[in-house]
Design a protein around this ligand. Structure first.
Ligand code: TPP
Ligand code: MG
Length: 198
């Protein structure tokens, strides 16, 4: 399967539900998410390579009523493998980390990553105590999404994908992306009123 087709499948499954935000890693994962279907509850990162999983983890912990999806890249997750350890430790049930594993740094020209040479992100996730699986075809991916949406996580879905060479990009205005996203997911009452400040 290629990454854009799989991203379309994910977006079609989730629809416009603002209770299911999607955080996208920089570069092609974000470009494909935008091409598959822009919506306010998409959070596209620009830069901050490696941090999409951490952003999703923080959001899932802070907002347990949301079901948070992350679309990461293999190169990005390899830069921040510690994120898997923190996911395994804190275990938010409402977090689904999808890793588009194209075995390369697609956005910067397709240089190989360690997954092209045997590094196994599913095994890394399992070693941290997470439920993880690897999928290679759209049917398997669809079943994995359905399961991750309805059963407690945290889930790590490693999706082996071909590069899809996107030519559309999300808006560059990060403040716009953040404000639109926060409006979509809503601000918790306590945070609005500064409840914890006394
Ligand atoms: C800290 C840092 N290092 C390098 C880059 C340049 N860079 C941007 S996207 C990217 C490749 C990301 O690879 P991956 O996460 O596997 O996603 P893919 O492009 O393959 O979909 C790189 C190296 C960056 N933006 N920030
Ligand atoms: Mg990659």
């Amino acid at each position: 399967m290629n990454r854009l087709d799989a991203t379309r499948q994910l977006v079609a499954a989730i629809g416009h539900d603002p209770g299911t935000p999607i955080i996208a890693s920089l570069g092609h994962p974000a470009y494909d998410l935008f091409a598959a279907g822009d919506r306010p509850a998409n959070f596209y990162t620009w830069g901050s390579m490696g941090l999409a999983s951490s952003i999703g983890l923080g959001l899932a912990l802070a907002r347990p009523a949301l079901r948070v999806f992350v679309v990461d890249g293999d190169g990005s997750l390899l830069m921040n493998l510690g994120s898997l350890a923190t996911m395994g430790w804190t275990r938010p049930e409402n977090l689904v980390l999808i890793v588009w594993d194209n075995e390369g740094y697609g956005t910067t020209g397709g240089q190989e990553t360690a997954t092209a040479h045997g590094a196994d992100l599913e095994a890394a996730a399992r070693a941290m105590g997470l439920s993880a699986l690897t999928v290679r075809v759209e049917k398997e991916f669809g079943a994995a999404i359905a399961r991750a949406r309805t059963t407690p996580g945290p889930w790590v879905i490693v999706a082996k994908v071909r590069e899809s060479g996107p030519d559309t990009k999300p808006p560059l205005d990060c403040v716009f992306i953040k404000q639109r996203f926060m409006a979509a997911i809503g601000t918790p009452e306590g945070a609005t009123r500064g409840a914890s400040i006394g």
